[in-house]
Design a protein around this ligand. Structure first.
Ligand code: ADP
Ligand code: ZN
Length: 748
């Protein structure tokens, strides 16, 4: 029997400590049990993350108290945490922090208690009459409660029947009313009502896909007995924009519920719009199934309640962003990852896990069906499908035979003669036609602000952020120059800070300038901008989308915030102001990202009865990403891109690990990177290539100098262990920070 436990102490900055198990309770404790442990002079709440036969820790103390032997997490999730630590080369504590969310570990966020009232007994007619004359407010409460099906919150009584606390107290004294405290749940969507909505009848293509999904769901024997159970292959659904993928997710989840199982659906944070959530809630309102929603804008209390609603089994459908993959569901029958190609599934802080990859892994551990869906699958997933590791399913046509939008490319090299023109004549003409027909337009530009750099015409000086190696962006609304990396702000200089010449000029275009230009060309049109600057208020996003849907906005200008997932049937024109922005980044995925972005943005057009039209403005109109997107040719793009990856041995042919070394002192950062490089090279495992240390493309950020080491291998776990060993033995100067990013996406 184990004698020790490794525990994760709440609020301890994620450090794990070893304690001895009291003999009397040792047999009852499990991984996931909650305990109280002595920490210096006090005691603290903690979660057991490992049981040990032996520990090397000095001066091990005894666990002080068992809070709950019943685990707060099932063993599978703890295994998942262990796997993450191993694969992503981070500590088990760091991994566990994601698996067991902060708010659950924190003791003080408990259930919210409120006072509820109900009738103590039946009140006869005569008694009620008397009361009506003498104390009409009290009678009102009695009437109200007699109608109510369940106890009513006292706070609500004051709203509904003007009953103050004194009125309630008087009734309690008369023995007519009982009050008692009870838990209430903070439902983030409680003030919305959902109209139950039925299933749609699937078309032929959808049916064929749905049958395959059902086969996977039905073949999973679930309830983890890995030896005997059949684990279905993950399914990759490649379905063009508007082909009815979401309808398939909904019906597949419904099937899972009928089997008595639970379902998790991941969506990118950005598409967790009220529109999506509403669609889910209305569908499952019909069968009275509860949907839990997890995303980063929930309050602590809401998150706590959603978590417990899932854990208690009340909510059997979970829809959420990346971290919802750790939802404490039991008996999972299906995990859906919508827009599986999205980079936001990758967590850009430790533990740097990828939500889609964890979904596939959890599916494997649960023995359940996994469905990845996208109009532009990632090279990684499509490669797995080609290798036969995933089963490929396809939807090639839009619903109701709607045509794919017609994409036209505009060569900006021909247009740029007209000085300062942001929008080409052809795009402007198309926009004018939409305004006349009362149809809507979306203009997309992946850059905020007004102008993107300030250049001195005389000495060539570019105004840079003092903390980062990027140019400052001019924000006209805020009358400031702003760094988009660290947020540094300054007043707009009137003369060149370098040579004092007044001839400084703005160049480059951001969304603010597009909005401004459009408003000048079409003074009568209603133009609205949707980007991180314009959407700072909590409800701004929802309000703007609602106004747009109601047709109160003619032209919507925005960043990637509007690129994905939105469904507006009256949008018949999409303009991509500059397609080159994402194409020329120093990143081997630049081509893939551009193809995905263009396809997704174009997919916003023509989702209603009128055919859509898309204008793509570019200085490099013949680049493959643009041409393949234009012809809606995913397979063509894939063939050529995978060849490039194969030649250079980039993912998906290898795993790429990025080690970032940073320090406020350039020399120390460089020196540490070189030391680390030398140590790693000393006993490099077979099949690993190690690049020379080099300054990162974004050389300076937040005041720190940054150096990169890039490693590639096919056997990632061996490399992760090698990294962990080397890093464990090295000590760096105090102000040098080293982070390891396994399967890195962010290469700047
Ligand atoms: P995707 O997720 O592939 O972009 P959606 O599932 O959002 O596509 O479907 C696009 C539109 O078509 C939605 O308005 C949806 O309600 C509708 N739709 C989906 N399937 C059907 C169907 N079988 N019959 C009629 N309309 C459908
Ligand atoms: Zn900065």
């Amino acid at each position: 029997m184990p004698r020790f436990a490794r525990v994760l102490v709440d609020d301890s900055a994620g450090k794990a400590f070893d304690y001895e198990l009291p003999e009397a309770v040792a047999a009852t404790l499990q991984v996931g049990s909650r305990v109280r442990v002595p920490v210096r002079t006090r005691t603290a709440l903690a979660t057991i993350i490992e049981l040990l036969d032996h520990t090397d820790a000095p001066g091990v103390k005894l666990i002080a108290e068992v809070v709950s032997a019943e685990p707060v997490l099932n063993a599978l999730l703890i295994d998942l945490g262990r796997w993450i630590a191993d694969y992503y080369c981070c500590s088990i504590e760091a991994a566990m922090k994601s698996v067991l969310p902060q708010v659950i570990r924190k003791a003080e966020v408990g259930h919210q208690m409120r006072l509820f009232a109900r009738l103590a007994r039946e009140v006869d007619a005569e008694e009620l009459e008397t009361l009506r004359r003498k104390a009409p407010l009290q009678a009102g409460v009695i009437d109200f409660l007699a109608q109510a099906a369940a106890p009513v919150a006292v706070a609500e009584l004051s709203d509904k029947c003007d009953a103050t606390h004194a009125v309630v107290q008087a009734l309690v004294k008369k023995g007519l009313l009982l009050t008692e405290p009870a838990k209430v749940e903070r439902d983030p969507t409680q003030h919305e009502t959902f109209v139950a909505a039925g299933k749609l009848e699937l078309n032929e293509e959808q049916l064929a896909v749905f049958e395959r999904v059902c086969a996977a769901i039905d073949s999973s024997t679930s309830h983890r007995s890995p030896v005997t159970s059949h684990i279905p292959k993950p399914l990759l659904l490649h379905g063009v924009t508007g082909s009815g993928k979401t309808e398939i997710y909904l019906q597949a989840i419904d099937r899972v519920l009928q089997r008595g199982q639970t379902a998790i659906m991941l969506v990118p944070e950005i598409s967790l719009t009220p529109q999506t959530v509403e669609r889910f809630k209305s569908r499952f309102a019909l069968t009275q199934h509860e949907v839990a929603v997890l995303h980063s804008h929930l309050s602590e209390g809401e998150r706590h309640d959603e978590w417990h609603r899932i854990r208690s089994g009340r909510a059997r459908i979970v829809i959420g962003a990346r971290s919802a993959i750790f939802a404490p569901c039991e008996n999972v029958g299906l995990i859906v990852v919508d827009e599986e190609h999205e980079n936001t599934y990758k967590q850009e802080e430790t533990p740097r896990y990828h939500g889609r990859d964890i979904a596939v892994l959890r599916g494997h551990m649960e023995g359940c069906a996994v469905l990845l869906g996208s109009a532009t699958p990632s090279l990684e997933s499509f490669h797995n499908a080609r290798l036969g590791k995933y089963e490929l399913l396809r939807l090639t046509a839009r619903i109701d035979a709607r045509k794919m939008p017609h994409i036209r490319i505009i060569d900006l090299r021909m247009e740029s003669q007209k000085k300062g023109a942001i929008l080409s004549e052809r795009l402007i003409t198309a926009m004018r036609a939409r305004l006349e027909r009362r149809e809507q337009t979306i203009l997309f530009l992946n850059r905020r602000g007004f102008s993107t750099s300030l250049i001195c015409q005389k000495c060539g000086h570019v105004c840079q952020c003092p903390n980062c190696s990027v140019a400052l962006t001019f924000h006209r609304g805020a009358a400031r120059v702003v760094c988009h990396i660290c947020g540094h702000q300054a007043v707009v200089p009137a003369t060149c800070p370098e040579c004092r010449d007044p001839g400084i000029r703005w160049s480059g275009t951001g969304t603010e300038k597009v909005e401004d230009t459009v408003a000048k060309i079409f003074p009568k049109a209603v133009v609205k901008r949707m980007d991180a600057d314009a959407m700072q208020r909590r409800d701004a996003f929802r309000e703007t989308l609602t106004a747009f849907r109601q047709g109160k906005i003619d032209i919507l200008v925005g960043t990637q915030m509007i690129a994905k997932g939105l469904h507006f049937p009256n949008v018949t024109l999409v303009g991509i102001v500059n397609a080159d922005l994402s194409l020329h980044l120093p990143d081997f995925r630049a081509g893939e990202r551009t193809f995905q972005l263009l396809t997704q943005v174009a997919g916003r057009a023509g989702r209603g009865d009128v055919e859509g039209e898309v204008f793509v403005q570019s200085f490099t109109p013949f680049s493959p990403s643009i041409q393949f997107a234009r012809h809606h040719d995913f397979d063509g793009f894939w063939e050529q891109e995978i060849e490039f990856r194969r030649q250079w041995d980039y993912p998906p042919f290898s795993h790429l690990v990025l080690v970032l070394v940073r320090s406020q002192h350039q020399e120390r950062a460089r020196f540490s990177a070189e030391t680390l490089h030398r140590r790693l090279a000393e006993a490099l495992p077979n099949g690993v290539t190690l690049g020379e240390p080099a300054p990162a493309p974004l050389e300076k950020s937040h005041g720190s100098y940054r150096y990169h080491l890039i490693l590639r291998t096919r056997a990632i776990q061996r490399l992760s262990r090698h990294l962990a060993t080397v890093l464990g033995k090295l000590t760096f100067p105090e102000d040098v920070f080293v982070t390891v990013d396994v399967d890195a996406y962010q290469l700047l």
